[in-house]
Write a protein that binds this ligand. Structure first.
Ligand SMILES: CC(=O)Nc1cnc2ccccc2c1
Length: 446
């Protein structure tokens, strides 16, 4: 409220009219490239979505955690050639530290688990909803930020953890009206890949790279995939065998190829059996081509997809038993998933399932003349202390303006503070849906 010319007011009468700062050249009122504002309507949808994320997490007994959006760049530097690494939103800060806006939440969660060490009893069941960033050349015009819901279970080596996580996502889908005919989960295990590579005595450290290449199987031509696999050292024969195995869509077939002794088949059999018990068998299918694009997965991996095949993956996750130890922590088993805020909204639009969320206020309170503004403030406070929502008219406005605003904010009733009523300790009430109008004593207003 201070004017711009040299500090506070000096004797209003003598001072020349305050000269505001010279107008800066018009700033760009749009948010930075690839980012979004959330004006009220969009914010209501976001809050509705996040409320459902949090409610499901609560139903499953998970505790909410959060981390800085800014992390040391080192947390995300992995050598496997991931897209998330190529698009890291990283920079050098004013202390010459290499930092990055987090592209995902899992490394931060792993960092916090290690930091907490033995002080937190296992298993840990933590969830977070956080904004994640990527720096893409805007040529692609894609977003540079999105919000992700993550749920992670730390300290459980059995696939009961993965089964629980998939169950939580099914619960989420059901809550918002999505059914098993709308979406499904493709489920596999990276141990399938591991067992094939072992047959060809391909070294472990190629594992991450091969996964990242395979993850592009539906995004780039198969010849390109073969070329990249050979470039990391796989033989022609190994490539052919691998691609053959990755096309398997039945567990029985997989068992024929890999034999029944391996962990991959055992884990997947157990997962599908648990899915029966959870009651979500119709939601999942085995698909050996699913590897997911993050290098740290080591076991079961899964991704939610829309059965019409129009959209990108809705969510994805899996087991990452080595991540904590690569950060110098104990060798703790871990699994989790990430669920972005973008594809799900596209799906809801496609299915006509976007919720109708309008602003709803119970009361609009207004003084019928300026010297009753104080009285109106008192009435608003009384109603608010009763837990009622109140839009208090803050200026002396004509009744026409008040009615117009009442309509716009979807007020249920109009509380009029007028002289004659106020003298009797009363206020006027108008129910805006029916038009019914009456007077009521202030202490009987509920
Ligand atoms: C569909 C969409 O907006 N995807 C998206 C948007 N921003 C991101 C930012 C970081 C990592 C992944 C991201 C993914």
């Amino acid at each position: 409220s201070e004017n711009g010319s040299g500090g506070g007011r000096s004797g209003a009468l003598s001072a020349p009219p305050p000269v505001l700062e010279e107008a800066v050249q018009k700033i760009d009122v749009n948010p930075p490239k690839g980012t979004r504002d959330f004006p009220p309507e969009e914010m209501r949808l976001r809050n509705w979505l996040f409320h459902n994320f949090r409610e499901v997490s609560r139903l499953y007994g998970f505790e909410e955690v959060d981390f800085p959006v800014l992390e040391s760049e080192a947390l995300f530097i992995r050598k496997a050639g991931e897209e998330i690494r190529d698009q890291l939103y990283c920079f050098e800060d004013r202390g010459n530290r290499r930092v990055a806006l987090r592209p995902e939440l899992t490394p931060s969660l792993a960092r916090l688990v290690i930091q907490k060490g033995k002080s937190v009893p296992l298993p840990l069941k933590w969830f977070a909803v956080g904004q994640c960033w990527r720096y893409e050349r805007m040529t692609r015009g894609r977003r540079r930020e999105h919000y992700q819901w993550n749920m992670d279970i730390i300290g459980v080596p059995e696939v009961t953890a993965e089964a629980e996580l998939i169950s939580s996502i099914v619960t989420f889908f059901k809550r918002i009206g999505i059914t098993a005919s709308d979406v499904g989960f493709k489920v596999s295990s990276r141990k399938v890949l591991q067992e094939v590579l072992k047959c060809y005595s391909i070294s472990e450290n190629l594992f991450g790279k091969v996964c990242i290449i395979i993850d592009k199987i539906e995004k780039i031509p198969i010849d390109e995939i073969k070329k990249e696999l050979k470039s990391v050292g796989m033989s022609e024969e190994a490539v052919e065998e691998l691609l053959q195995v990755l096309s398997i869509k039945s567990l029985t077939k997989l068992e024929e190829i890999l034999g029944g002794a391996g962990e991959a088949v055992a884990d997947l059999k157990q997962l599908f059996s648990l899915a029966e018990n959870f009651g979500y068998s119709e939601w999942i299918q085995f698909d050996a081509s699913v590897v997911r694009g993050l290098a740290y997965y080591t076991g079961i991996v899964f991704e939610g997809f829309d059965r019409e095949g129009k959209l990108r993956a809705i969510c994805g996750g899996g087991r990452y038993d080595r991540l904590l130890s690569t950060f110098g922590g104990d060798d703790l088993p871990a699994c989790g998933f990430g669920f972005g805020d973008a594809v799900i909204v596209e799906l809801l639009k496609e299915k006509g399932l976007l919720p109708e969320l309008s602003l709803q206020v119970e009361n609009i309170v207004c003084a019928l003349d300026p010297d009753l503004q104080g009285a109106a403030s008192t009435v608003a406070t009384i109603l608010r202390e009763k837990g009622q929502t109140v839009d208090l008219v803050l200026e002396n406005k004509p009744l026409k303006w008040v009615f117009k605003r009442a309509g716009r904010i979807n007020a249920q009733r109009l509380i009029l503070v007028g002289n004659t009523e106020w003298q009797k300790g009363m206020v006027g009430v108008k129910i805006l849906s029916s038009g019914e109008q009456y007077e009521v004593k202030l202490d009987e207003l509920e």
